[in-house]
Design a protein around this ligand. Structure first.
Ligand SMILES: [Zn+2]
Length: 289
């Protein structure tokens, strides 16, 4: 099979930040192609202003896009503003692809879950998870959406938007950063994960944030080693496949650097997630069942 991967150069913005997330999409795309992974790089449809305004306060959306209000990096960069429709659009495009094909799709975007209804922060400007969920609920006839946020950090922005919009019964949100984080939690987390994924099986589609920052060597993370991160991804994809749940997944955080300051350790984690996804793809499983 070939994994649809939503990416285009417009998603990339140059920012001077501790977080590599703005420039990461292009590096990941090049890495997966160099590794020979069977991926099909697909151009996303950009998110519209109206789509942003379903998940966020209109004044915040227009202020950021017009460079009057600071983005999630704390700047008023026009280059970052121009990238935002493409990054959230990549998540939405991946979700629509996964839904229509009944399988898996990836979006090379990150920087979502700390963005709340009327504010950004933590390298996140707009909440592409909730922009996607709101669009699917409003435009695609989807009754409910699940979000499994396996970034190291608590998805406070996602929680904020769900609460403000009264969507708790239609957007099922699990953020592991709320419950796990110590090295001693690794086995308990991995043991509970199949049950967690199955508990989300009533949704039409799962949005999976496959964060790289739960890695033990991440400067902002630290409770899963290489094998355990691989087990996390394999468990999510295997369980989703077993219950016919389409999955759209994205990159989220990851801040390790190698001795030369490069992001190769983060690229290796994202490539491992892609390999796990490819080994458990559930395309057409639901239609066969
Ligand atoms: Zn994080």
């Amino acid at each position: 099979m070939t994994l649809p991967v939503f990416f285009c150069p417009e998603m990339v913005a140059r920012v001077d930040s501790f977080s590599p997330s703005a420039e990461k999409p292009a590096r990941v795309a090049a890495d997966w192609l160099a590794l020979g992974l069977p991926v099909r790089i697909t151009r996303p449809t950009p998110a519209t202003v109206a789509a942003f305004e379903r998940a966020h306060a209109s004044s915040y959306v227009r202020g950021v896009l017009d460079c009057r209000l600071p983005n999630g990096f704390g700047t008023r960069s026009a280059e970052v503003a121009a990238s935002l429709p493409w990054t959230s659009g990549a998540m939405l495009s991946a979700a629509r692809n996964a839904l229509s094909a009944g399988g898996f799709a990836a979006a090379l975007c990150s920087g979502f879950h700390h963005a709340g209804w009327d504010r950004g922060g933590g390298f996140c400007t707009f909440n592409g998870l909730m922009v996607t969920a709101c669009a699917l609920l409003a435009d695609d006839g989807v009754e409910n959406v699940a979000i499994l946020d396996c970034d190291m950090h608590y998805g406070d922005g996602t929680e904020d938007i769900i609460r403000r919009l009264g969507l708790a019964d239609r957007v099922h949100h699990v953020t592991i950063g709320a419950r796990y984080g110590d090295r001693a939690d690794a086995r308990a987390f991995l043991g509970e994960l199949p049950t967690l994924v199955r508990s989300l099986g009533g949704a039409r589609v799962l949005l999976y944030q496959a964060g790289a920052d739960p890695h033990v060597r991440d400067p902002l993370g630290g409770f899963l080693d290489d094998d355990e991160l691989r087990e996390r991804d394999e468990t999510v994809f295997r369980t989703a496949r077993s219950i016919g749940l389409p999955v759209a997944w994205n990159l989220a955080g990851g801040y390790q650097r190698d001795e030369r300051g490069g992001i190769d350790p983060v690229l290796a984690i994202h490539a491992a997630t892609a390999a796990a996804c490819l080994s458990f793809d559930g395309r057409h499983e639901r239609t066969r069942a």
